[in-house]
Design a protein around this ligand. Structure first.
Ligand code: HEM
Length: 206
């Protein structure tokens, strides 16, 4: 390697998040917001709790419109999610980036985070709290998609429907998993606001 090339490499900060990761992350963020907002409008059409969601927080205007949004954005969510998972799995990144993860490490890092003492020295490596949170939300979205398949095509996915405890149970699972996702997003945004450097890396890659 020539000296000029070495200097150039040294000057260029290392890649933290490759392009495919940034693309799938932001597409996912858009898809998730569209899915939640239209899903809440669908919920309002036939609520199973004694509350409905203020219309201003929902998308679609009426049940038919909300279903159109939900069915359009679900392809974005599913195709993008499958691409994200496939690249992560086959490149070995999933194992490298999110494991090892032990309850002990999690509690140690959570304690440090609550005391404001969690080091963020190297943004390429996630601490145990980040690992657990990201793995949690990935599995949560998988559960949302599976229960959503049951609500969408309950006859075709009858085995999955029975595994989830029937159609009505799948509706509750879909709703509670969505609520957990909303909780993750709220926490995620607080964490990003506390360490804004990570946002730059998720936008620019470096
Ligand atoms: C405007 C909204 C959002 C912002 C500003 C944002 C920002 C970020 C940032 C800065 C990171 C890197 C964090 C780090 O270094 O620890 C990140 C990672 C991540 N975010 Fe978000 N995010 C948003 C929405 C979402 C949503 C809606 C989801 C999921 C439903 C999500 C899931 C994730 C996951 C799973 C990772 C880790 C990705 C990986 O390394 O494979 N984010 N986000």
């Amino acid at each position: 390697m020539g000296a000029a090339m070495r200097t150039q490499q040294a000057a260029k900060p290392a890649i933290i998040h490759p392009f495919w990761l940034r693309a799938t992350h932001w597409i996912n963020a858009v898809a998730v917001v569209l899915m939640i907002a239209s899903g809440l409008r669908i919920y309002n059409a036939s609520p199973f709790f004694d509350f409905t969601i203020p219309a201003a927080l929902t998308l679609g205007g009426w049940l038919g419109g909300a279903l159109q949004w939900h069915f359009a954005a679900m392809w974005l969510l599913a195709v993008n999610g499958i691409a994200y998972l496939a690249i992560n799995l086959f490149s070995g990144r999933l194992r490298r980036q999110f494991f090892p993860l032990s309850p002990r490490q999690f509690l140690r890092d959570l304690g440090a985070a609550l005391k404001g003492k969690l080091a963020h020295a190297d943004p390429r490596h996630y601490n145990a709290v980040q690992r657990a949170a990201y793995l949690f939300v990935i599995l949560d979205i998988v559960l949302i998609v599976l229960s959503g398949l049951v609500l969408w095509k309950s006859v075709q996915f009858s085995m999955l429907r029975e595994l989830l405890g029937g159609y009505e149970a799948a509706r509750r699972i879909h709703f509670f998993a969505m609520s957990a996702l909303a909780g993750f997003i709220a926490l995620h945004l607080v964490m990003v606001a506390l360490v804004p450097r990570t946002l730059l890396a998720m936008l620019r890659g470096r």
